[in-house]
Design a protein around this ligand. Structure first.
Ligand SMILES: [Fe+2]
Ligand SMILES: [Fe+2]
Length: 184
C-alpha cells in the first residue's frame, strides 16, 4: 500500500517548524526513500539513516529566518538555503552522530560532492517527490530506476536541477558545480 501523501506516524522532531503542505512533502520524500531502501535491500541501519534524513531534512523549512541564522551563525547565505544547515546543527546538538545523515540534511539544497549514498538518495527523493507538479511522468520514470541505476539517476537529477537553475537565471553554488564535476 502506498503511503505517499500520508503524514500519519511521520514522527517529526519536537522542534520541527513545518506547514501542513511541507509535512506532506516530507512524508512523500521519506516514503520514496523507504521504497528505494527496500528495493536495494539495504541493511536495517542504512535504511533507517535514509528514512531519518528524509524525515528531518525540511524540519526547519518554515522556521523564522532569525532562528535559522541564530542556529547556523550564517549571515551570508540566502534565507531559503539556511534550513538544511540549521536542521543539521539542531540534530547534532540533540546528539545525532551519523555523519551521513547530518551531511545529507546539511547539504540537501545545494548538493555535495563528498556525499555518501544517504545524501545522494535524499537529493534524488527531494527532487523526485511525486507531489511536485512539473515533469511528473519523467520524474516518476526516474524514481522507478533508482534501485537499478543509482548513479545514472543521480547524475540525471543533478543535471536537471542545474538546468533549472540556469533557465531561471539563478546563480550556482560552488558545491553544486563541484558535485556536477564529480558525477558528469
Ligand atoms: Fe529543503
Ligand atoms: Fe524537501
Amino acid at each position: 500500500m502506498s503511503v505517499a501523501g500520508s503524514t500519519e506516524g511521520l514522527d517529526l522532531p519536537s522542534w520541527a517548524c513545518v506547514s501542513e503542505t511541507r509535512r506532506a512533502h516530507i512524508a512523500r520524500v521519506a516514503a520514496l526513500l523507504e521504497r528505494w531502501a527496500a528495493e536495494l535491500r539495504l541493511s536495517e541501519g542504512e535504511a533507517r539513516a535514509w528514512r531519518d534524513a528524509g524525515r528531518w531534512h525540511d524540519a526547519l523549512r518554515d522556521a523564522p529566518e532569525g532562528e535559522l541564522r541564530a542556529l547556523t551563525g550564517d549571515l551570508a547565505l540566502p534565507a531559503n538555503l539556511l534550513h538544511g544547515p540549521a536542521a543539521a546543527a539542531r540534530l547534532a546538538t540533540a546528539g545525532e552522530q551519523r555523519a551521513d545523515v547530518l551531511d545529507a540534511v546539511r547539504w540537501h539544497t545545494v548538493g555535495s560532492s563528498a556525499w555518501a549514498r544517504c545524501g545522494r538518495a535524499l537529493y534524488m527523493a527531494d527532487f523526485l517527490d511525486p507531489g511536485r507538479s512539473f515533469a511528473r511522468a519523467d520524474r516518476a520514470f526516474l524514481a522507478t530506476h533508482v534501485a537499478g541505476d543509482f548513479d545514472g539517476v543521480f547524475r540525471q537529477v543533478v543535471r536537471q536541477r542545474i538546468e533549472w537553475s540556469l533557465r531561471e537565471g539563478k546563480g550556482l553554488f560552488a558545491e553544486t558545480v563541484a558535485l556536477w564535476n564529480a558525477v558528469r
